[in-house]
Design a protein around this ligand. Structure first.
Ligand SMILES: *Cc1c(COP(=O)(O)O)cnc(C)c1O
Length: 365
């Protein structure tokens, strides 16, 4: 099977990643002219009434999906999750303060390393000695009394682990990098200070970063910061201090509406559990495959596994690609196989991978 203009492969890529087909179709239909506007979203002013509606609707849908209270801002920013690694401490870590970081993977380490440029970081837990194959139990966290915040990475895209539940806030606001499980399950609001994610895994194309931040925390950034790096400035200007990534916001808006049409986050969570369950069952069925993450920490978004005989992995990937299953190669840091099965990834694609795994084992097992 090969790709053609009318045939889409199953895209297991970790990001930028698969988008819902109805969303792509709508964006394609409306690319020449938005209904009632006569211009495409690529061509209209970010201050126009048409874009105002698009931005307002995206925020309203995100609030409705998550039940987000009024004391949080929803911001649409640029610079990716990686800029948030810096913006979070720049805005939330006061002089002399300490921020707690749980190191559960490469992205968490990058976030902590960036924060160290701006203030004191306490590594309150790390699972690096276990190859990041698990997330810490809440009791393992050695937290600082009076910490400015606790930073966690809710889903570790590379190792394929996910916090089954986020740690309790215990006074310090929780700051969550949710780049790879954004809106894949109901959002726990208990203790939440700030949550951020690049859109390109679960929510849209690259170019926009969603930040949900408690209003009082957004005001903490000193006014000596550059305007473009202060949450308070973005909030005051409704995410339009300067020209925002209009197309990425428009497309994320279509995905948010699609999530509502799919039944909301509880329904999407149930489907994600079903999809991941099928794959983990296939991995555990015999000793031919082996899950890379500890069972209690397994990610519902990035399913990582090895073949018992790792030398067979290139052949496995080759046959998968030939069967129209793309993007299964594990991250270059860890190797192996990684099936990223974000919200928009169809159940039929999971079934196709499960079939391929059984057939490959029948031939090579
Ligand atoms: C992909 C990813 C990032 C980096 O996102 P950018 O938007 O490329 O900066 C950060 N954190 C996690 C958990 C990710 O999966």
């Amino acid at each position: 099977m090969s790709s053609s203009p009318t045939h889409r492969v199953h895209n297991f890529g970790a990001g930028p990643a698969v988008l819902p087909e109805p969303v792509l179709e709508e964006a394609q239909r409306d690319l020449m002219a938005l209904p009632g506007v006569g211009m495409s979203v690529l061509e209209i002013s970010h201050r126009s009434a048409a874009f105002e509606r698009i931005l307002g609707q995206a925020e309203a849908d995100l609030r409705a999906l998550t039940g987000l209270p009024d004391d949080y801002h929803v911001l649409f920013l640029q610079g990716g999750a990686s800029l948030q690694f810096a913006m979070v401490p720049m805005n939330l870590l006061p002089p002399g303060g300490v921020a707690d970081y749980a190191l559960t993977g490469s992205w968490a380490k990058k976030a902590a390393a960036e924060a160290e440029r701006f203030g004191r970081v306490n590594v309150c837990a790390t699972t690096e000695d276990d190859g990041f194959a698990r997330v810490p139990a809440p009791a393992e966290l050695r937290r600082t009394a009076g910490a400015a915040y606790l930073h966690v990475t809710s889903n570790n895209t590379i190792a394929g682990t996910q916090w089954p539940a986020l740690p309790a806030a215990e006074g310090a606001p929780l700051v969550v990098d949710a780049s790879s499980d954004l809106l894949s399950r109901p959002l726990p609001l208990e203790g939440l200070g700030l949550l951020y994610g690049g859109a390109q895994k679960n929510l849209g194309p690259a170019g926009v970063t969603v930040v949900v931040v408690r209003k009082d925390l957004a005001e903490r950034g000193p006014d000596t910061l550059p305007s473009t790096l202060r949450y308070a400035v973005a909030a005051r200007h409704g995410s339009r201090y300067n020209t925002p990534p209009v197309f990425a916001i428009y497309l994320a808006g279509l995905v948010l509406r699609w999530l509502r049409d799919e039944g909301g986050l509880t329904a999407v969570d149930a489907r994600n559990r079903r999809k991941a369950g099928l794959l983990y069952d296939a991995i555990d069925r015999s000793g031919f495959y082996r899950g890379a993450a500890d069972p209690a920490s397994r990610s519902l978004m990035n399913v990582t596994f090895r073949l018992r005989d790792e030398a067979l992995e290139p052949r496995f990937l080759e046959q998968a690609a030939a069967a129209g299953l793309a993007g299964l190669k594990g991250h270059r840091l860890v190797g192996g196989i990684r099936a990223s099965i974000y919200n928009a990834f169809p159940e039929a694609g999971v079934a196709a991978l499960v079939d391929l795994m059984a057939e490959f084992e029948r031939v090579h097992g």
